[in-house]
Design a binder for this molecule. Structure first.
Ligand code: PLP
Length: 274
């Protein structure tokens, strides 16, 4: 393990991660320099590694590297640390490449308060595609996020901030970098990971918040057509946390500012809780 300057060249241009996006990653939100709970994140990193036939790296080694990257950084309120693992160098001996990159997180304070506009975009797969075609790597957090970025650019062309992907069989799935939560009365639902989406760590922590407030939180198929009359829709992820969708496909959705703020406090406290 070595500490390097991320502004200097570090990665071989023949790294499979660079040439094919053949690798996996995780993003860890570090608030006030405190190490967040990592088990769920390591579970997902290992699930992604298994999906891509990449070796598993010892959790203690990742944790030590994380601690070092936090220590090496000037103290800031929020750091976003990326952990990445690739198949290594083309023509090499198969040794994977791994790195961490700690950077000050973008300031999402305003967007957490104001929410986002979103458009639904077809992902082009049925919600059961993962089962018959595991090579699509649906549900793995792999480095080939170019399609997710393309979807966000399409949203921008349509005058929106974000995206809710839909399946060809009409289900709402997730955002390009976030999980979907939908409230209807005292029930909060999120699509289950077997619909070809990433198992969200923030979604799981958010379920704890809603249960603590007396809501029923559960996984369920969510019909894209039903989003229009939901009582609230959020997109949640570890660094940006929870943002309410205030407009979907140009039509307004109800926003509960107090509940969203309380959810964000809960998520920030959970990240500081180790
Ligand atoms: N879904 C996708 C496609 C993502 O990229 C992310 C986060 O990057 C999420 C969901 C949310 O995951 P988490 O809450 O663990 O950050």
């Amino acid at each position: 393990m070595r500490r390097v300057d991320p502004r200097e060249p570090q990665l071989a241009v023949t790294d499979w991660g660079a040439t094919r996006g053949d690798g996996i990653f995780e993003s860890v939100s570090v608030i006030d320099g405190r190490m967040p709970p990592l088990d769920a994140r390591f579970d997902r990193l290992e699930a992604s590694a298994r999906a891509l036939d990449l070796p598993l790296i010892d959790r203690a080694l990742w944790t030590e590297a994380l601690l070092r990257s936090i220590d090496a950084h000037d103290p800031v309120e929020r750091l976003a640390v990326t952990l990445a693992l690739t198949r290594g160098v083309e023509g090499g001996d198969g040794t994977p490449t791994a790195w961490l990159l700690a950077r000050p997180a973008r300031d999402f304070t305003d967007i957490r308060r104001t929410g986002v506009s979103a458009v639904t975009l077809d992902r082009g797969y049925a919600s059961d595609a993962a089962e018959g075609a595991p090579w699509l790597l649906l549900g793995a957090k792999h480095l080939s996020y170019a399609t997710n970025s393309a979807a966000l650019r399409e949203a921008s062309r349509r005058g929106a901030d974000d995206v809710i992907f839909t399946s060809t069989d009409g289900l709402a799935l997730e955002g390009p970098t976030s999980s979907l939560l939908v409230r209807r009365g005292d029930i909060v639902e999120s699509p289950s990971a077997d619909s070809g989406i990433l198992a969200g760590t923030t979604q799981s922590t958010a379920f704890g918040f809603f249960e603590s407030r007396g809501f029923t939180a559960r996984f369920a198929p969510i019909r894209a057509d039903d989003l229009a009359d939901a009582d609230a829709v959020w997109l949640v992820s570890s660094v940006r946390q929870a943002v309410a969708v205030h407009t979907l496909d140009g039509r307004p959705l109800p926003v509960d500012g107090e509940l969203t703020a309380a959810l964000n406090d809960w998520l920030a406290n959970a990240a500081r809780s180790e």
